[in-house]
Structure formats: C-alpha cells, structure tokens
Write a protein that binds this ligand. Structure first.
Ligand code: PEP
Ligand code: MN
Length: 351
C-alpha cells in the first residue's frame, strides 16, 4: 500500500504523537461538550466519542445513536477539534459522513468480520469518501485478519489509513483487560511501515491507573500515537467506567509524554545489535539440535510402541526450566511460554 497519504493534510495535526481522546461513549450533550472543552484546553486536537456501541452483552448501554452526531458537530464548531466516531455498518458510515465527521474508526468486533468490513468498504467506495479511517485490531490475535480488514478499506479507494492496537481477548484472568501481544502490532508495522500505528492503552489495560504508564511505554516502543478514553465523570460512565481518565489527568499525562528519536545506527548501537544477532543464531542452532534429538526420541518411542506425550515428564521439565530461568533472572511466565512452544514443536516431531 505504497500510496498511503498522511491521515490529515494539516501538518500540525500530524505532529507526533497523534493524540485522540474523548469518552468511550457520547452519553449526553453536556457530558460530550464538557469533556471536549477540557480536552481542547489540554491541547487535544482530535476528539473521539462512540455513538453506536458494540457491547458484549445485550441490555448494556448501546449508545445514543444518531442523536449524538449534532453533539459532535458542536464540539467541532466550538473547540476546533477534529471529531470522530466508530462505525460498524453501512448506515453508520452514511450518517457519519453526511454529518461531516473528520475521522471514523472501526472497532475490534467489526474488524474481525470480513462481511462487515466489506460492507463498510463498499459504502465508502459508493460515497467516494476521502475520510481518514482507523482500523482497530480484531478481537482475536490474527494478523492476516487485521491486514485483510485494512486491505478492504484500501481497495475501496481510502488512502488515509491508520490502525489502532487495542489488544486481544483471551480466556482467563490477566493483569490487562486485553492482551497486548506486542509481536502482532510490531509485525504489522514491519509489513506496512507506511501506515501509522496508534496504541489504545485504555482498552488494553482496562484500568484507569495503568493507562499513563502504558501510554509512556507505547511511545517509547515507537507507536505513532495514542487513543485514550477520557470522561468528565468516569465513575458514572455508561460504558468502560473503569478505564477512563479525567480530562485533568489526561492533561497531566500529555505534559510528560515525550517522543524518543528513531534509532539510527551509532557504532555503540550497531555493536550491541551484532551481539544480539550472534546470540539469536546460536539460540536457533541449539533449538535445531534439540529438535533433532526429539525426533530420535520419537523414533525410539515408535519402535517400542510408546505414547508420544508423557505428562509427568512434561510437568517436571516445565518446573525445572522455569526454576532455572528464575535463578537467571528470567520471569517464570516468559520461560513457561518459550518452553510450551518448544514442547509443542517437539511433540510434532515425534508424531
Ligand atoms: C471503543 O473504542 O470504545 C471500543 C468499543 O473499542 P474496541 O473496539 O477496541 O473494543
Ligand atoms: Mn470503550
């Protein structure tokens, strides 16, 4: 997608980092305008508010719908901020564009659905739209599904495209609401360096206190911007109450956000990277050796009619390796993930 254009023609909007902020949901005209005024005063240039809310459970607040569009227009007129909302269907796109919104985004539940994505793309094409479109990662960690969603929008003629990393749903309890699985947005950026990648620390963390530290980390890691939820009265928010910042908190955070230089080759950095390259090739050679031995074990088991997986042995390996790792300063979870991947591949070699 080499002919991607900047999200906005106004270069001052593209000053890094791109900050998009506003409530999860537009709830009332007063809530929207109060939040917007405070955010504009804090220096935010792009305002977000969901008016159609895709909720996991029916019966939750599903957004104010069309009633919210005039509120967003007012925000634009009064504060000069650009305004945007989430779209998930043909009628949403038609209404958002007719209302003159400056930007639209596609949520994680929608980007996981090729039918919905195609409907949105077809509508943008029919309207010959030239609006910036941000595509959130799908709820499931499937990079091709994400790239497929982006490609549908690109094929519809849209050239102002960005993506938003908001983490992935997984089963069970974790520190974060949605797992960041950083390898996926990094791989997206590697394959499509022309497309800005914005981090959404609100939906990743799901927790108000963790938004600021993750925002700083995201910029340090090289994300092009942040989408952060902010509400004048977070505890009373009708959706995502736990993760929204007060506009004053966001203002504080913005003051301390800094963008690091993109790494350029200095002799010191180059030397460290060469060390890493050597270690990686040693690691890979060792892994290949290990797999060869697994294969031999597989042949032995086959010849002696023995089952491939022995849970007791797997358990003791996991315990031993995570303990050893811990002694070496490697977190147990990290070593556990590596050992599980190695075990999975070893089992394949033995089948
Ligand atoms: C949102 O931005 O409020 C939202 C619904 O996000 P996601 O699609 O990431 O869940
Ligand atoms: Mn939300």
């Amino acid at each position: 997608m080499t002919d991607i254009k900047p999200l906005f023609d106004d270069e001052s909007m593209m000053k890094e980092p791109i900050i998009i902020a506003g409530p999860c949901s537009a709830e009332s005209e007063t809530q929207v305008l109060d939040t917007a005024r405070q955010l504009a005063a804090a220096g935010v240039r792009i305002f977000r508010a969901g008016i159609w809310k895709p909720r996991t459970m029916p019966g939750c607040f599903e957004g104010v719908g069309l009633a919210g569009l005039p509120w967003l227009k007012k925000v634009k007129e009064e504060t000069g901020m650009l305004v945007g909302t989430e779209v998930a269907s043909k009628s949403h796109v038609i209404s958002a564009i007719a209302a003159g919104l400056d930007i639209i985004w596609i949520g994680a539940r929608t980007s996981a659905s090729p039918f919905a994505m195609q409907e949105i793309a077809d509508t943008l094409k029919e309207l010959n739209a030239d609006i910036p479109v941000l595509i959130k990662n799908p709820v499931n960690p499937d990079l091709d599904l994400w790239i497929g969603a982006v490609t549908r929008i690109y094929n519809a003629g849209i050239r102002r495209i960005g993506v938003i990393h908001r983490g992935f749903s997984t089963y069970g309890k974790h520190i974060y609401r949605n797992q960041p699985m950083w390898a996926l947005p990094f791989e997206f950026a590697r394959r499509h360096p022309e497309i800005p990648v914005i981090c959404d620390p609100s939906h990743i963390t799901g927790e108000h206190d963790m938004v600021a530290p993750l925002s700083r980390h995201a910029l340090d890691m090289g994300f092009d911007g942040l989408m952060i939820e902010s509400h004048v009265n977070p505890s009373c928010a009708l959706s995502d109450a736990k993760q929204q910042l007060l506009p004053s908190e966001l203002a504080e955070l913005m003051k301390e956000l800094t963008v690091r230089e993109k790494p350029t080759g200095t002799p010191e950095l180059d030397a460290l990277r060469t060390d890493i390259d050597h270690i990686d090739s040693e690691l890979l050679e060792l892994l290949a050796k290990r797999m060869e031995i697994s294969k031999k074990i597989g042949e032995y088991k086959k010849a002696h009619n023995m089952m491939v997986v022995q849970l007791g042995r797997h358990d003791s390996i996991m315990k031993d390796r995570t303990d050893t790792g811990e002694r070496l300063g490697l977190p147990k979870m990290f070593v556990g993930r590596i050992m599980s991947a190695i075990h999975e591949e070893s089992v394949k070699r033995q089948l």
